[in-house]
Design a protein around this ligand. Structure first.
Ligand code: GP9
Ligand code: MN
Length: 616
C-alpha cells in the first residue's frame, strides 16, 4: 500500500521562498545598506515578502503548465529587475528610478560602463530561476502545480497585506513620515524593499507626468504679470558689488535666530556669529520658508526663488522640471559652481537635483575622509568638514560660487564630550537641552572655516552669506522653550520662532543690522544683484534684501505670513510689534495674496511651467 505523502508544497511557494532569500542575500552582499539595529535588520529581511506574495499569489489561481509559465516568467522578470539594481549599485551606490531611465544621457553613461560592471559569475543571480526551471521540467512528486481553494487564497492575500502593514508599521517606528518626506532612496529601499520602492517610484512619476501633460503656457501669463507687478526693484549701488569675487554660502543646519546673542550659564551660545554680525549685514527679520523637504527645501528656495511644495520634497517629486536657477546664471557669468556636503550624494535626491540646477561639482561624502573619530550623529563633524572643504577649494577654479551645508547641529543633537564647549540647558526636554551645545559647536566650526579661508587668502576675495536652513526645535518642545525664553509661546510667537539668522559679509563694508521682513525666497534676487546680474525678467517671488523700497511681506509654507505690521497665522491676525490679536480684517488684503502667491508657485512646479518661459 502506498503511504499518503503529507509534505506536498505548491510550486508558487517555492518560487516565493527562493526569490525572498535571494533578495535578502543581494541586499547583504551587494548593497551597502547601513543597518543600525535589530529592528532595521528585521525590516530588511521581511520587506520583499509582501510584494512577492502579491505577484506570485496570482499563480495560485492557475494550474499545470499555465502556473509553471506564470511563475517562471514572473520570477525571471523580477530577477532581472533585482539584477539590474545590483549592477547599477556596483557603480553608483544608488537605486534605479524611472526618471533616471528616461534621462538619456544617464543611460549613455550606463551603456559604456555596463560591460565593465557585469561578470560571468553573475549567472548566479539567476540560480533560483534555473532551480524553478528544473523543478518545472522534472515535476518532482512532492511539488504540486495546483490551484488553491478560494478560502485559502483569501487567507493568503490577507497575510500578504498583513505583512505589508507590519513592514510599514515597523518602518514608521524607525523613520516617521517615511513616505511623505521621501528622504532618500536608500532609506526607502531599506524600509519598503526594492520592489515596493519601484512601485512607489512609478506612482510618483505617473502623478507628476499627468499634471505636467495637462499644463500649458497660458497659465504663465497671469503669473508673469503678478511677479512683475510685485517686483520691488533692487539696490543700484550694490549692483555688481560681488563681481569677480567668490560667493560663499553656508546653510547652517537647524540654527534659529533665538540663540543669537543668548547665553547658557554665562557663556555665549554663538560667540563667533555674535562677533561676525558686528562686521556684516545682519537681517534679524528673516524667516525660513521650508516645508517637509527641510534642508532641501531651503536649497530650492535659494536657487529658484520659488516656494517648495506643501507636501513631499520638491527635490524628489519634481527634479526633472526646468528651473531658472541662481547657479545657471552664475555659471553663465563665469563662476565655477559647487556644493559641499559630507553626506550621501543621493540624500534628498541632491545628486539629481544639483545637476538639474547646473552645479559644476558636488563634493559629497565620497570626497571627504570620514572615520569614527571625525564623525558623530548624522555623519562628519562640521569642523572637519570645513577643514577638508577648504582643501577642496584650493583645487577649483576662481571665482567660485560654493554652497556649504553643515550637519552636526541636526536632531537629535548628539555630540562627543570633547566637542561640548558649553553646558546643556536644564529643562524637561532633552532635545532642547542638547541643542545649545551643538549650536555652539557649529558656531566654533564656522570660526574655523573663516580662519582657514583667511589663511588661504580666499576670505578677502569673497562675499560670505550664512543662513539657517529651518527650525531645529519643533513645537513639541514648547513648554521647555517657554522656560528658556521666559514667555508664553502663542501662535504669534511660534511664527516669530521661524526666524533664522541671515548674515551677508562683504569685504570693506561695515556691519549693519537691517530689520526688513524677509525670507529665503529673497536670497536669489539679492545674490544676483550683488553679482551684477539682472533678474528683472525672471519669474521670482522674492526681492532684493537691500532694495530701499522693497515690500515687506513674507509668506511661510503653511500660509502664515508676516508683514511690516502684522503676523497672520492659524486663522488669527496679530500686531507684529506687540503680539496682540487684531481684527481679522486687518490682515485681509494680504490673506488673498498669500494664497494666490503660493498657488502660483505650486502651479509652476506641478505644470513644469518654466519650460514655457521665453526668458529661460
Ligand atoms: C542631510 C541634511 C539634513 O543631508 O541636509 O537634512 P534635514 O533633515 O535637515 O532636511
Ligand atoms: Mn537641515
Amino acid at each position: 500500500m502506498q503511504k499518503k505523502d503529507p509534505a506536498i508544497v505548491n510550486f508558487v511557494f517555492i518560487a516565493i521562498a527562493l526569490l525572498w532569500i535571494k533578495t535578502y542575500i543581494v541586499y547583504k552582499l551587494n548593497m551597502n545598506l547601513q543597518i543600525e539595529n535589530l529592528i532595521q535588520e528585521l525590516i530588511l529581511f521581511i520587506n520583499p515578502i509582501s510584494f512577492l506574495m502579491l505577484v506570485f499569489g496570482l499563480g495560485l489561481l492557475l494550474e499545470g503548465i499555465r502556473q509553471k509559465w506564470y511563475v517562471l516568467t514572473a520570477s525571471l522578470v523580477i530577477s532581472i529587475i533585482l539584477y539590474a539594481n545590483a549592477v547599477y549599485y556596483r557603480e553608483f551606490f544608488d537605486f534605479i528610478t524611472l526618471p533616471l531611465l528616461m534621462q538619456t544621457n544617464n543611460l549613455a553613461d550606463l551603456e559604456s560602463s555596463i560591460w565593465e560592471l557585469i561578470s560571468p559569475y553573475d549567472i548566479f543571480y539567476f540560480a533560483d530561476v534555473m532551480i524553478l526551471l528544473i523543478i518545472a521540467y522534472r515535476k518532482p512528486v512532492r511539488i504540486a502545480f495546483q490551484k488553491m481553494q478560494t478560502p485559502s487564497i483569501k487567507a493568503f492575500y490577507f497575510s500578504a497585506i498583513a505583512f505589508f502593514l507590519l513592514n510599514l508599521g515597523l518602518s514608521e517606528t524607525q523613520r516617521p513620515e517615511l513616505l511623505t518626506r521621501t528622504f532618500d532612496r536608500e532609506i526607502l529601499v531599506k524600509n519598503l524593499g526594492t520592489y515596493n520602492f519601484h512601485i512607489y517610484d512609478v506612482f510618483l512619476q505617473t502623478k507628476t507626468k499627468a499634471q505636467r501633460a495637462m499644463a500649458n503656457g497660458n497659465e504663465l501669463t497671469d503669473i508673469e504679470e503678478y511677479t512683475e507687478s510685485k517686483s520691488s526693484g533692487s539696490n543700484k549701488e550694490l549692483f555688481g558689488e560681488a563681481k569677480g569675487k567668490n560667493i560663499i554660502i553656508v546653510s547652517m543646519e537647524s540654527i534659529q535666530s533665538f540663540v543669537i546673542g543668548k547665553e547658557i550659564n554665562g557663556k555665549e551660545i554663538t560667540p563667533f556669529l555674535n562677533d561676525f554680525i558686528e562686521e556684516s549685514y545682519y537681517f534679524d527679520q528673516f524667516y525660513h520658508q521650508t516645508g517637509q523637504g527641510k534642508t532641501s527645501d531651503s536649497e530650492f528656495l535659494l536657487d529658484t526663488s520659488l516656494y517648495p511644495l506643501g507636501r513631499g520634497a520638491v527635490f524628489f517629486t519634481h527634479s526633472n522640471n526646468e528651473y531658472s536657477t541662481l547657479t545657471e546664471k552664475l555659471n553663465k557669468e563665469g563662476y565655477y559652481t559647487a556644493n559641499f556636503h559630507a553626506n550621501n550624494k543621493s540624500f534628498w535626491n541632491r545628486d539629481v537635483m544639483y545637476s538639474q540646477f547646473g552645479y559644476d561639482r558636488f563634493f559629497s561624502m565620497a570626497d571627504y575622509e570620514i572615520d569614527d573619530v571625525n564623525s558623530v550623529g548624522w555623519g562628519m563633524k562640521d569642523i572637519d568638514f570645513f577643514e577638508q572643504s577648504v582643501d577642496h577649494l584650493n583645487d577649483i577654479p576662481k571665482p567660485f560660487y560654493g554652497k556649504f551645508i553643515t550637519l552636526t547641529n541636526h536632531f537629535p543633537f548628539h555630540l562627543d564630550s570633547e566637542d561640548k564647549f558649553i553646558d546643556e540647558y536644564n529643562s524637561p526636554s532633552g532635545t532642547l537641552n542638547r541643542y545649545f551645545p551643538t549650536v555652539r559647536y557649529t558656531d566654533e566650526a564656522l570660526k574655523v572655516f573663516i580662519e582657514n579661508l583667511k589663511r588661504e587668502g580666499i576670505y578677502e576675495d569673497s562675499i560670505i552669506v550664512l543662513y539657517g536652513d529651518h527650525y531645529g526645535i519643533s513645537e513639541n518642545h514648547n513648554p521647555s522653550m517657554e522656560q528658556f525664553l521666559g514667555k508664553e509661546i502663542t501662535p504669534f510667537e511660534s511664527v516669530q520662532l521661524q526666524r533664522v539668522p541671515m548674515i551677508i559679509h562683504i569685504p570693506g563694508h561695515e556691519g549693519k543690522t537691517i530689520s526688513t521682513v524677509s525670507g529665503q525666497i529673497d536670497l536669489r534676487p539679492t545674490l544676483l544683484n550683488l553679482a551684477g546680474i539682472d533678474s528683472k525678467k525672471d519669474i521670482e517671488f522674492g526681492s532684493d534684501l537691500f532694495a530701499q523700497d522693497r515690500e515687506e511681506f513674507t509668506i511661510l509654507r503653511d500660509s502664515s505670513f508676516i508683514t511690516k505690521d502684522q503676523v497672520y497665522t492659524k486663522g488669527s491676525c496679530y500686531d507684529k510689534a506687540t503680539g496682540e490679536i487684531l481684527t481679522k480684517s486687518e490682515c485681509d488684503p494680504y490673506r488673498q495674496r498669500a494664497k494666490l502667491e503660493l498657488d502660483y508657485s505650486d502651479k509652476i512646479i506641478y505644470g513644469d511651467l518654466l519650460r514655457f518661459h521665453n526668458n529661460h
